[in-house]
Design a protein around this ligand. Structure first.
Ligand SMILES: [Fe+2]
Ligand SMILES: [Fe+2]
Length: 198
């Protein structure tokens, strides 16, 4: 990767590469690239998108048996849903690492924290990292391709599509749904209704 003299980017890249398998590292690069592409379209801060995209899954390969212990050790508070769906925990620990190891801004850390679920009233950066993760080049499922088509025209519509598709999948597989995801869906739908009435 080209750092162009950005020492922070280099430090994050080296750290992430040390923590992840080649496949997941390549995914991180793909999310970073998608986030930069979306930043250009929607006028977000490209550097923030770069850092957040690259580091978002840094804690994804912590063994399941260690997530709860690690969260407790770091003082990362988990709710009941997270404790019962460990897939969600990597986002919170990733945000913690971004803050403590790299002193990334609260806005970037929030985007890492919500990249799996979304949340109510997402910032532009949160939206880009959420949908950048869903539509990254390495995703081979149809829904990712469809969401990518949508996101080139409308960021919020793409997130609503991704949330709906995820809800259906989670329901079919008897997996818990985090309230932040429902909040994300409701807040985007309310926003859409308001815009229609204008
Ligand atoms: Fe993730
Ligand atoms: Fe990811």
């Amino acid at each position: 990767m080209e750092y162009n003299g950005d020492e922070k980017l280099q430090a994050i890249d080296e750290y992430v590469r040390g923590k992840l398998s080649e496949k997941r590292y390549n995914h991180s690069i793909a999310v970073m690239n998608r986030a930069i592409e979306l930043a250009k379209i929607y006028g977000a801060n490209e550097r923030d998108c770069m850092y957040a995209g690259l580091i978002h899954d840094v804690a994804k390969e912590v063994p399941n048996s260690q997530y709860l212990l690690l969260a407790e050790e770091l003082g990362v508070a988990l709710d009941e849903i997270e404790k019962n769906n460990l897939l969600l925990v990597h986002s919170k620990i990733g945000a913690y690492i971004a803050k403590t190891q790299f002193h990334l801004s609260d806005e970037i850390c929030d985007a890492i924290r919500t990249h799996t679920t979304g949340c109510a009233n997402m910032t532009l950066l949160q939206k880009i990292i959420y949908i950048g993760d869903y539509t990254s080049e390495d995703r081979d499922y149809e829904a990712a391709k469809e969401a990518y088509k949508i996101v080139l025209n409308d960021l919020d519509d793409a997130i609503v599509y991704a949330l709906k598709t995820t809800f259906k999948k989670l329901l079919d597989s008897d997996i818990l749904i985090h309230p932040d995801a429902i909040d994300a869906y409701n807040s985007l739908m309310i926003e859409k209704k308001k815009n229609k009435c204008k």
